[in-house]
Design a binder for this molecule. Structure first.
Ligand code: PEP
Ligand code: MN
Length: 271
C-alpha cells in the first residue's frame, strides 16, 4: 500500500500543518494549552490569557466532551462554542476543540481553527471521512488501545478524502498499570517519525492522569522528538468539572514552560 502519510526516506522533512498563524511540525515547538472542558467565560478567558502569557500559542477547550460515564459533565455544547469564539476573538489565540459527531462539523468549523478527534473516535470512520472532506486541520488522538498501524490508517481515512492537515497526538494507551490513567508510549513519537511525515504532539495530561507526572513526561516527549505538547490547564484544578486530577494550575504550567526551552534546545528545537 502506498500510504499518503508514509515517510519516503529518513531525510524527508516533517509535513507542516498550519493552524491560524501557528505552524506545527517546523523547528518551533508548539504548546496547546487550556482546560479539559469549557466551563464558563471567566474560566476560559483567565486560562487563555495566562497560557498565552507563558508561551502557549494554541488554546484548547472542549465544548462537546466524550465522558466514560453518561452521568458526568458532558460539556456545555453550543454555549461552550459561543464562549470559545469570544475568548478566541479577545486573545487572538487559534482554538482547538473536539468534534464527536459528524452532524456538528459545520457549526464547530465556524469557531475552531483545528478539529480534535478524540481517542474514543479514532476509529469512527464516518467522522474521519467527513472531517477529511473539510480543509480544517485535524488533531487525531491515538485510540485507547490502537496500534501505530491502526492509528496511521485512521489518519489515512482523513487524508484520502483530500485533507492532508493531520497532526497525530499520543495520549497514552491502556495497559495493565493502574497507578497512571494510561501508559505514555514515548517510543511512539520516534516510531511515528520513522513511519510517517506527519507532525506528532504529546498529551501527557491524559497520558498520565496525574498533574504531578505531567511535566516530567512532557519533557521526555520533547526529548524524544515531539513537535509539540497538549496540556490541560485549569485556574482551580480541584474545582474542575472534568479531569481536575491531571490539570496543571497556572503555577505548574509556568514551571513547565520554563523547563521546555532548555530541553528543546538540547534536541535542536526552539520554543
Ligand atoms: C481531551 O483531550 O479532553 C480528551 C477527551 O482526550 P482523549 O480523547 O485523549 O481521552
Ligand atoms: Mn480531558
Amino acid at each position: 500500500m502506498n500510504l499518503i502519510a508514509r515517510r519516503k526516506d529518513q531525510q524527508q522533512e516533517t509535513t507542516t500543518v498550519r493552524v491560524g498563524d501557528v505552524i506545527i511540525g517546523g523547528p518551533q515547538l508548539v504548546v496547546v494549552a487550556g482546560p479539559c472542558a469549557i466551563e464558563s467565560y471567566e474560566q476560559l478567558l483567565s486560562t487563555a490569557l495566562e497560557v498565552k502569557r507563558l508561551g502557549a500559542t494554541l488554546l484548547r477547550g472542549g465544548a462537546y466532551k466524550p465522558r466514560s460515564s453518561p452521568y458526568s459533565f458532558r460539556g456545555k455544547g453550543e454555549s461552550g462554542l459561543e464562549i470559545l469564539s469570544q475568548v478566541k476573538a479577545l486573545t487572538g489565540l487559534p482554538v482547538v476543540t473536539e468534534v464527536m459527531d459528524a452532524r456538528d462539523i459545520e457549526r464547530i468549523a465556524e469557531v475552531a481553527d483545528m478539529f480534535q478527534i478524540g481517542s474514543r473516535n479514532m476509529q469512527n470512520y464516518t467522522l474521519l471521512t467527513e472531517v477529511g472532506k473539510t480543509k480544517h486541520p485535524v488533531l487525531l488522538k491515538r485510540g485507547l488501545s490502537a496500534t501505530l498501524e491502526e492509528w496511521i490508517y485512521a489518519a489515512e481515512y482523513i487524508m484520502s478524502e483530500g485533507n492532508d492537515q493531520v497532526v497525530l497526538c499520543e495520549r497514552g494507551i491502556r495497559t495493565y498499570e493502574t497507578y497512571t490513567r494510561n501508559t505514555v508510549d514515548i517510543s511512539a513519537i520516534p516510531a511515528l517519525k520513522e513511519l510517517t511525515n506527519l507532525p506528532v504532539v504529546l498529551d501527557p495530561s491524559h497520558g498520565t492522569g496525574r498533574w504531578s507526572l505531567v511535566n516530567p513526561v512532557a519533557l521526555a516527549g520533547i526529548a524524544a522528538g515531539a513537535d509539540g505538547l497538549m496540556i490541560e490547564v485549569h485556574p482551580q484544578p480541584d474545582q474542575a468539572l472534568s479531569d481536575g486530577d491531571q490539570s496543571l494550575n497556572f503555577e505548574h504550567f509556568a514551571e513547565l514552560m520554563e523547563k521546555v526551552g532548555p530541553v528543546a534546545k538540547a534536541v535542536g528545537r526552539e520554543i
